[in-house]
Design a protein around this ligand. Structure first.
Ligand code: PDD
Length: 278
């Protein structure tokens, strides 16, 4: 596999990063994951906007334009011969050898790493449903930053995985926030309802795409606070992310959800058409 590291395309085995890199020592970095369908970088502009916002929020400057990042992604696809993939892009604050200062040591140069992960054909077609549970959100209060520091997310996900489940919906008090690596939407009486943009939650690109598709097709799409009770009472629950696309929840906290999900089916058709059109 060929990966990109600091201006070079290398065999993954030859890609080396200093152990003093602050991404390693402190989780001091941000990332993006973008979907590629038939070599097209889906929603690339939106992913770059969010990346630049994450960078700005942690006072990191990259010095690459949206177009330069797209060139890197295209080259990764070409060099690896991938048509359908996800592209992972990470920028950490870099390393000064021998230094582990909590403040930003002078002389740091950001480390830029990217790779493409082929998307199995099956993944593009299947529609597996997800079993989920609710868990208390243990994360920090700046979830809009797509930080590589994902300890609370990975712990929650491992807890779910150990129970052979698929995702945890994170809650704060009585409120639904999002999944460990996804956003949450529900359907009630024909309307899609999802928590609004907020500091605790990543503003998902897939979620934004669904909002656009709902608006284009006259489906009510409401962004407002969602309580755990409403989740229990929903007609349909959806999980969305770049990697998982749009999935239906079939079980919530051990309770089966209806598998007849007409709004989900409609949205899924619009989403698939949007991917092909792109
Ligand atoms: N995660 N919320 C969190 C906490 C996430 O990590 C993600 C995505 C999302 C969905 O965002 P989007 O629709 O833009 O992918 C919401 C990526 C896929 C990951 O960490 O692999």
């Amino acid at each position: 596999m060929i990966v990109y590291l600091n201006g070079e395309f290398l065999d993954a085995h030859d890609a080396k990063i200093s152990p003093f890199d602050r991404g390693f020592l402190f989780g001091d970095g941000v990332y993006e994951v973008c979907a590629v369908y038939q070599r097209h970088l889906y929603e690339w502009a939106a992913h770059c906007r969010r990346l630049f916002l994450s960078l700005q929020r942690v006072h990191l400057s990259l010095g690459y334009s949206e177009q330069q990042l797209a060139d890197i992604a295209h080259q990764l696809l070409e060099k690896n011969g991938f048509e359908n993939a996800t592209v992972y892009l990470q920028i950490s604050r870099g390393a000064v050898i021998g230094k582990r200062d909590h403040f930003y040591t002078p002389g740091l140069v950001p480390t830029i790493f990217a790779y493409a992960n082929p998307w199995p054909e099956a993944m593009l077609e299947q529609r597996p449903t997800l079993k989920v549970i609710t868990l208390a959100d243990q994360r920090w209060q700046r979830g809009q930053i797509k930080s590589v520091n994902l300890l609370a997310n990975t712990e929650a996900r491992q807890q779910v995985h150990a129970q052979q489940l698929d995702e945890a919906i994170l809650t704060r008090g009585d409120e639904v926030v999002e999944g460990t690596s996804s956003n949450v939407l529900l359907v009630k009486d024909g309307s899609v309802i999802t928590p609004p943009e907020q500091p605790y939650m990543l503003t998902g690109i897939t979620r934004q795409v669904l909002r656009r598709l709902a608006n284009e097709n006259g489906l009510p799409f409401i962004e407002r606070r969602v309580s755990v009770n409403e989740l229990n009472d929903a007609d349909e629950i959806w999980i969305t992310s770049t990697v998982r696309e749009l999935r239906l929840v079939s079980e919530l906290n051990g309770k089966a959800m209806p598998t007849n999900a007409p709004v989900f089916e409609r949205m899924r058709e619009w989403f698939n058409a949007d991917k092909c059109r792109a």
